[in-house]
Design a protein around this ligand. Structure first.
Ligand code: ADP
Length: 483
């Protein structure tokens, strides 16, 4: 029962029901009002028109009575003919009375010579221009004075009763037709409003369906609503949102499959190595050692991948929580270079730092250290023996700039926009040799974006690479900016 009520309440509150009601009422109420006004005016007018007609006939009769001296006993066929004609045309009765209210002519020939006292007739004697009507059932009584034109005295009165039955029949038939018309219009408006409210509310059902699809886990959902500009905008925004969700979902799936693949590779190598150790008895100790070194190498690689992944997760999680403080960037770079120098020296790579001015910036030094370390380490890793790596630091009143230049292998132009992708490596084999995971630049870019900075790359194959960072000196606090 409650469910049924809820359903009814839902239906009543629905946009469709309300739209339907509004259109229906807005369409129907004016039609009804107009019909009522029309009928009233029309009916009133037919009666008053009839009254005017009878009145003008009465005037003609009054003039005839006056000119013929009918009231004073003279015979007049004209008066009688006119009176009979009026009575005939309007299915009524005409009575002419003299000053003493004595009937001198009655078209019914019933009251001739009698005195008839009626309020309207008496009133006529007090006002020579007035005429009085009184509606009794299907009849109207019209009394008008006969005034002497020379003395202006009222010398008699005419009482005309005429039937309004025809008029009332006409009225009824008009009322009936109008009612039929209103009904027909009401049906039309009903159909139109039902149809229109359906058309308007149908796209909203589409919106709900699409949202339900997303809730069910489908991400490749597009909405196409072209009916109204507002809905078109909604569907555009919706498609943008689903596009973003779909992208994120695909990226997540790709990421998971990449991670699995990356972790599987060292595991597979380890399995091959240990299998071959197990399958041969009495292997020389050196061979054992050599295989174990390889296995350790693979373990280190896995550890590095996992560590990088953990750092990435931590960065994502803490993206809102930046530990910003004033940091001396010159010192930070010096200590980074000090740490990386042994790596460079191993291959006789010259590593230099050029500071153009002292720079103090509001940054998260742990995160920035990770980013800069990656860039400088890459510059060493992807370099030729006896090459060079130059790091420089500069600043203006708003930003500080770090440039990391190397004389290394360079990055082919066609893959330059891919190198920030997770697990992307230009040369997989070489990267494996150097212990690369393909996560470094993705991490670096994330960190730079968290600082509202930018990273630019200029590289030429076999000549070298330059990364330029531009980071605001003062940390700009804004709402979540994704990495
Ligand atoms: P990796 O762990 O493999 O170094 P990165 O994300 O740091 O991963 O770098 C992605 C790829 O970009 C590297 O595999 C390498 O091919 C290329 N790369 C990065 N920095 C340089 C550089 N300074 N010179 C040449 N290639 C580079």
């Amino acid at each position: 029962m409650k469910k049924r009520w809820d359903k009814i309440r839902y239906q009543l509150k629905s946009m469709r029901a309300q739209l339907f009601t509004v259109i229906f009422l807005v369409g129907l109420i004016p039609v009804i009002l107009f019909s009522i006004i029309f009928i009233r005016t029309y009916n009133g007018q037919t009666i008053s028109q009839r009254n005017d007609e009878v009145k003008s006939y009465g005037n003609v009769l009054s003039n005839l009575v006056l000119s013929s001296g009918y009231l004073f006993g003279k015979d007049s066929t004209e008066v009688e003919k006119e009176a009979a004609e009026i009575a005939g045309v309007y299915q009524g009765r005409v009575m002419i009375m003299d000053q003493n209210l004595k009937v001198v002519k009655d078209t019914y020939d019933m009251e001739d010579g009698n005195t008839v006292i009626s309020t309207e007739v008496i009133q006529c004697f007090s006002d020579k221009n007035a005429f009085f009507t009184n509606e009794i059932g299907d009849y109207i009584q019209l009394a008008m004075p006969i005034a002497d034109t020379s003395t202006e005295n009222v010398i008699g009165a005419i009482l005309i009763s005429y039937s309004t039955k025809n008029l009332h029949l006409l009225e009824e038939s008009i009322n009936y037709r109008t009612l039929l018309l209103i009904l027909a219009i009401a049906i039309c408006i009903l159909v139109i409003s039902m149809f229109y409210s359906y058309i308007v509310s149908r796209p909203l059902q589409k919106v709900t369906d699409s949202i339900d699809d997303i809730t069910r886990g489908e991400t490749d959902v597009t909405m196409k609503l072209n009916t109204y500009s507002e809905l078109k905008k909604i569907s555009e925004s919706f498609n943008q949102m689903t596009g973003y969700i779909h992208e994120q979902d695909t990226a997540r799936k790709d990421f998971v499959s990449n991670v699995s693949h990356e972790l599987k590779t060292p595991l597979a190598s380890m399995k091959v190595l240990s299998d071959s150790l197990l399958s041969q008895d009495g292997m020389p100790e050196e061979l054992y050692k050599e295989f174990l070194v390889d296995i350790t190498h693979e373990i280190e690689r896995m550890t590095k991948i996992i560590n990088d992944l953990l750092t990435m997760v931590k960065l994502d999680k803490n993206s809102a929580k930046m530990q910003v403080e004033s940091v001396n960037v010159n010192e930070l770079l010096e200590s980074l270079l000090k740490r990386l120098r042994p790596l460079a020296q191993k291959r006789n790579i010259e590593l230099t730092l050029e500071s153009f001015r002292p720079v103090v910036a509001e940054i998260d030094d742990v995160k920035i250290s990770i980013a800069l370390n990656n860039l400088i380490e890459n510059a060493i890793k992807y370099n030729y023996d006896d090459g060079w790596v130059r790091v420089s630091l500069n600043a203006d009143h708003k930003f500080f700039y770090v440039k990391i230049q190397d004389s290394g292998v360079g990055i082919p132009e066609d893959v330059q926009d891919k190198i920030y992708d997770r697990f992307y490596r230009v040369d997989k084999a070489r990267s494996r040799e150097t212990g690369g995971t393909g996560l470094g630049l993705a991490l670096t870019r994330g960190v730079i974006l968290l600082h509202r900075g930018s990273i630019k790359l200029y590289s030429k194959e076999k000549e070298g690479t330059t990364f330029t960072l531009r980071i605001p000196l003062n940390y700009i606090v804004t709402e979540n900016v994704g990495s």
